[in-house]
Structure formats: C-alpha cells, structure tokens
Design a protein around this ligand. Structure first.
Ligand code: NAD
Ligand code: TYD
Length: 335
C-alpha cells in the first residue's frame, strides 16, 4: 500500500510513521509537511534513509503539489493541522488556512485521483461536558467552543460532505488527548515534564479541575490503523483512553513520578473559554473493529517521562531556540 501522510513531522504523525513502517515494512509512505514550528524532522531521523519513506516539504494548501502527490496513492491519512488551543485563541488565521482550506485541497485531490481518505480529528469538536453528563459518542451533536475545535469541526463536516456528495471513500476518527514521545512542549504533558526537568514550576490554568481523557499515541495510531483496514466507509469512530483525570490529578501523578513536591505547582490565569470536561464512549470502535487502548496510563506516563529525560537535546533545542520568546512569556507567568 502507498500512503500519503500529511503532518508526519508533528507529534502524532511522526509516531504514526514509526508505527506503520514497523508493522507494514513493505508499504510506502510519502510524508507531506510544511514544517511549521510544530514540525520537526528530528522526529523521523531513524527512518529518513528508508527506501520506502519519502519526505516532501510543502503546504497542504498548495493545490498543484497536493494533486501531483495524490497520483498513484492508495490512501491519504490526514494529520496536518494547527493544533494548539491557546495559539488559536491568540490568532486563528493559520488555523483557518490549514485546518479548513488545507483539508479542502486534500479532499479535492483525493476526489480527482480516487484516493481513500482518513481524517484525523479530535473530541474537542463535541464541546464541553458537565461533570455528570454521559461521554461523547459518534452521535453527539457538534458544539465546538474554541477557534481550534471550531475549525476542526468545519473540516470534519467538509470530509463527510465529500462522502455524501461525491461518494469519496472517507473515514474519520475523533480522539481524546494524546501523550507520548515527540510532543511539542507547549501541550500540558511535555511542558510540565520538561519544566520540572529544568527545575521550573508548572502552570495550571484556573483551578485545575478541568478534565481530559488521556490516551497513549500508540493506542491512538493502532485505532487509526484498524479504521484504515476494517472501518466502514463513510463512518466516524470515537477513540479514547478510558482515562479521565482532572488536570490537578494528572499534575500530581507527574510530580510523584518525578520525585517533586506540590510547591512546584503555580496556578495561573485560566484559558478563555476553557472547556470543562472531555470524555469518550469508545464502544463503537470496540464492537466494530475490536479496538481498545492497551497501554496502562501509569506505564505509559512513566515511559513518556523517561523519554523526555533521555532526549533532553530534542526539547532543549526547541525551548531555547527559535521559540525562546514563547517560553520566556510562559516563565514570566510562573515567577
Ligand atoms: P502537531 O502540532 O504536533 O503537528 C502538526 C504537524 O502538521 C506539524 O508537523 C506541522 O508542521 C504540520 N502542518 C501544519 N500546517 C501544515 C500545512 N499547512 N501543510 C503541511 N503541514 C502542516 O499536531 P499533533 O498533536 O500531532 O496532531 C495531529 C492531528 O491529530 C491534528 O489533526 C490534531 O487535530 C489531531 N489530534 C490531536 C490530538 C492531541 O492530543 N495532540 C488529539 C486528537 C486529535
Ligand atoms: P493542552 O495540552 O493544551 O490540550 P487541550 O487544550 O487540547 O486539551 O491542555 C490540556 C489541559 O491542560 C487543558 O485543560 C488546559 C490545561 N493546561 C494547563 O493547565 N496549563 C498549561 O500550561 C497548558 C498548556 C494546558
């Protein structure tokens, strides 16, 4: 099989490429990534010279490029996106371009070249749950509340519309918060782990009672694999870790595993429009695909902390380099 992966130099995409080449060594992968601040070819250093892997630096909004790459491809797995909620609050311009227009360009190329399309999306399109409300599922109405989730929702609708209107063979996965190696240290887990490794405090937004469901990136990618192989065309599958934690509970687990005390917590100003709770009912993926997350959170978290400890060069370069200003601002909040 020949796959076009978009956003393969980012966190989930690079883990997906590792996962896929290990499991299907005879398949061919083209990785199309424009290398925004979140894209990093070091994530793929060990596969860079594989004969069945090719990197193309380019923008998914570039119609000519995308159309050319979509020829002789069996599947597009679309990971590329602007992904950080906080950045979307500051400026949503790139989110519209990449998450919506970029998805449109890929869909048109898939349509023209008759290519199967799998779209990677998020639980955030469903909005925010109250503490006792039932988890999201495939039938939950969309109710996105941040610019990031609104534009992911727009992309999901567009993907589904190409199935209904053009009979494009699509599937969609909506997954909860991922963690694991190669995650850009702006998201909670890598930011907190690396701050603690630097002896710095960790900034908890608001009162820390917001709830997220956490899943290891390999479990997410195994779910995407099963949807690609066994998913019903036109369908959406909700993926999650069955692992809801308040941010404060999660932070305490990280502190404990890293041998640090609660004095390292600093409560800071809340994120505007901060969604209270995400949780996912994964019974459709279980029933139809036989998929469920396998990695126990305690094991996955300990291994992830080890990875950041053992790969200091990877994140130190990010935190001290081009994005120094971003982190300086973050640290100001902590002092
Ligand atoms: P990331 O920010 O780590 O990586 C995004 C990648 O996309 C980067 O390599 C970047 O260079 C690339 N990219 C951005 N704009 C591009 C463009 N215009 N053209 C080509 N490449 C471009 O993101 P991630 O956390 O790996 O998320 C991947 C996908 O998974 C996204 O679609 C996201 O919405 C979805 N998702 C993420 C999570 C999570 O917890 N991180 C959970 C559910 C779904
Ligand atoms: P994040 O990793 O940005 O993912 P998302 O917003 O997509 O769920 O944030 C996870 C949770 O952690 C969210 O409730 C916001 C909170 N958070 C903090 O408390 N402090 C931080 O510095 C960051 C980045 C997030």
């Amino acid at each position: 099989m020949k796959l076009l992966i978009t956003g393969g130099a980012g966190f989930i995409g690079s883990n997906f490429i590792h996962y896929w080449l290990k499991k299907y060594p005879d398949d061919n992968i083209i990785n199309l990534d424009v290398l925004t601040y979140a894209g990093n070819l070091e994530n793929l250093a060990d596969v860079a010279d594989s004969k069945n892997y090719q990197f193309v630096k380019g923008n998914i909004c570039d119609e000519k490029l995308v159309d050319g790459l979509a020829k002789n491809i069996d599947l597009i797995a679309h990971f590329a996106a602007e992904t950080h909620v906080d950045r979307s609050v500051m400026d949503s311009g790139d989110f519209i371009k990449t998450n919506v227009e970029g998805t449109r360009v890929l869909l048109d190329a898939a349509k023209k070249n008759n290519v199967r399309f799998h779209h990677i999306s998020t639980d955030e399109v469903f909005g925010s749950l109250g503490p006792n409300e039932p988890s999201f599922n495939e039938k939950t109405p969309y109710d996105p509340r941040s610019p990031y989730s609104a534009l992911k929702a727009a992309a999901d609708h567009l993907v589904r519309s190409y199935y209904h209107t053009h009979k494009l063979p699509i599937t969609i996965s909506n997954c909860t918060n991922n963690y694991g190696p190669y995650q850009f240290p702006e998201k909670l887990l890598p930011l907190f782990i690396t701050n603690l490794l630097e002896g710095k405090k960790v900034p908890i937004y608001g009162n820390g009672q917001n709830i997220r469901d956490w899943i290891h990136v390999d479990d997410h990618n195994a779910g995407v694999d099963m949807i690609i192989k066994k998913g019903r065309i036109g369908e959406t599958y909700c993926l999650g870790g069955n692992n809801e934690l308040t941010n404060i509970e999660l932070t305490k687990k990280i502190l404990e595993l890293m041998g640090k005390g609660e004095e390292m917590i600093k409560y800071v100003k809340d994120r505007p429009g901060h969604d209270l709770r995400y949780a996912m009912d994964i019974s459709k993926a279980k029933r139809e695909l036989g998929w469920e997350p396998k990695i126990k959170f305690e094991d996955g978290l300990a291994k992830t902390i080890e990875w950041y400890k053992n790969n200091k060069d990877w994140w130190k370069k990010i935190k001290s380099g081009e994005y120094n200003e971003y982190y300086k601002k973050q640290y100001e909040k902590l002092s």
